[in-house]
Design a binder for this molecule. Structure first.
Ligand code: GDP
Ligand code: MG
Length: 437
């Protein structure tokens, strides 16, 4: 994937005290190849690497103490710039503020409508109303009701009305009459761009005059995502982009290309099917993530919401003293489980993608892990080094697992301890400071 390739490209430079011009050229070539592989538009990739090269030479990368680090910084800054610089919020002025969803069928509009309503309710104390304007598929209306029920947000729909424009207007009127200060209009999509769909969504927009028109697109579709964005933007001149399905190791190509092709900011990302799998898009964090540095800040923010800070401090101390044991591992797992899907979280940890590659990160796997740890004595939990073959066999028997699973857990534990130590040394410092605030 892109992270790995960029990582490889930058590897030559990272930590190297010496760097030659040939090296810069070689590295930028590698970066370009990585971008192209990740479905970044050819022209953008070329412009990007030219800029990086120019900067690298301009800033005298060759004569600095740590050329590798400077090079990484230049790439990161350029990548951030390409994806939009600063994070952009959405316009919630107007009472109610109307947000209109657009995009192809299956892009994630209905799911994102729910996520956004949930986000605005919980994080911004708004009182949203969801409006179902997909009049072609009754199932689509039911889907929005299911979503609404799940997050406790009312849904306006009317199966008798098959005119999306009057439905949207009725939805806004309903919101006004019932004191909703945000209206999110979920619309129908087609499988491919077609004129009827474009006309319909443009008509809805002209009628309800939304504060925000959001274009929702599946990040997994790569270059197609960019082409679809262009087509929608020509008709709608939308205000922002929502990139969905950026779970785990989805290629970052779409994020990199879209901003520069349509010149509209990416405002949110969807990172899973659940209602809390939404994040505000931060270009610099995305750049970090793409570069495989891990999205430490997002991780910390999410952790902060759920973590018992006292506990976090205790664990940090234990890691520092090398006294991190299985009891701590267990409580970490329990915290992590509260925070969301495991794959998501691991994707955000620096270096974790590599350390845990190939590992089965199924949420169910936790049940076994927990069972194994519960079968250990307190002494064994505190001193994992004591776990010899005889003890392992006993634990496997006690927990109803296999010796192989016990061994695998021990290996994971070791990797996790190592990773935590690493995080504490580098990017983790920031994390610790933030946690202690
Ligand atoms: P719509 O046709 O545009 O309304 O798309 P839906 O909201 O119905 O989503 C289509 C499919 O994509 C559903 O199965 C969703 O669960 C899934 N989906 C939506 N957003 C995400 C996401 O961020 N990550 C993942 N993994 N799946 C998503
Ligand atoms: Mg839908």
């Amino acid at each position: 994937n892109l992270s790995e390739k960029l990582d490889k490209a930058l590897h030559v430079l990272r930590g190297h005290g010496q760097i030659t011009e040939i090296n810069v050229a070689e590295t930028t070539k590698e970066i370009r190849r990585a971008l192209l592989d990740a479905d970044v538009n050819f022209k953008i990739a070329k412009e990007f690497t030219n800029k990086v090269k120019e900067k690298a030479i301009g800033q005298n990368v060759l004569t600095t103490l740590q050329p590798g680090q400077l090079m990484v910084k230049i790439v990161k800054d350029e990548l951030t710039e390409l994806m939009g610089g600063d994070a952009e919020g959405i316009n919630l002025s107007g009472n109610p503020a109307v947000i209109l969803m657009s995009g192809l069928q299956g892009s994630g509009k209905t799911t994102f409508s729910g996520k956004l309503a949930n986000f605005l309710k919980r994080k911004k104390s708004k009182n949203p109303l969801l409006v179902a304007c997909d009049v072609y598929r009754p199932a689509a209306i039911d889907q929005l009701h299911v979503v609404g029920d799940q997050i406790g947000i009312p849904v306006y729909s009317d199966k008798e009305n098959n005119n999306p424009v009057s439905l949207a207007l009725a939805g806004v009127a309903h919101a006004r009459a019932n004191g909703h200060n945000v209206v999110i209009i979920d619309t129908a999509g087609r499988l491919a761009v077609d004129q009827a769909m474009m006309t319909e969504i443009a008509n809805i927009r002209d009628a309800v005059k939304p504060q925000e028109v959001l274009f929702v697109v599946d990040a997994m579709t790569g270059q197609d995502a960019v082409n679809t964005a262009r087509a929608f933007n020509e008709v709608l001149d939308f205000d922002g982009v929502v990139l969905t399905k950026l779970d785990g190791d989805t290629r970052g190509g779409a994020a990199i290309s879209i901003k520069s092709v349509v010149n509209k900011p990416i405002k949110f990302i969807g990172t899973g099917e659940k209602m809390d799998a939404i994040d505000v898009f931060h270009p610099s964090r995305m750049a970090d993530r793409i570069l495989g540095m891990g999205d430490v800040i997002s991780l910390v923010e999410r952790a902060q919401e759920q973590f018992d800070e006292e506990q976090a401090r205790k664990i940090q101390k234990k890691i520092a003293k090398n006294a991190f044991g299985f009891d701590d591992f267990l409580s970490q797992i329990q915290q992590i489980k509260k925070m969301g899907s495991m794959k998501d979280l691991i994707g955000m940890m620096p270096g974790a993608g590599k350390a845990l590659k190939g590992m089965d990160i199924d949420d169910d796997a936790f049940k076994h892990i927990e069972a194994i740890i519960y079968s250990m004595t307190p002494d064994e939990r505190a001193n994992p080094a004591k776990l010899d073959a005889r003890r392992k066999k006993r634990i496997a028997g006690g927990s109803g697992t296999s010796l192989q699973e016990v061994n695998q857990l021990l290996k994971q534990f070791e990797q996790m301890s190592k990773m935590m130590k690493m995080m504490q040394g580098g990017g983790g410092k920031k994390m610790m400071q933030m946690m202690q605030q």
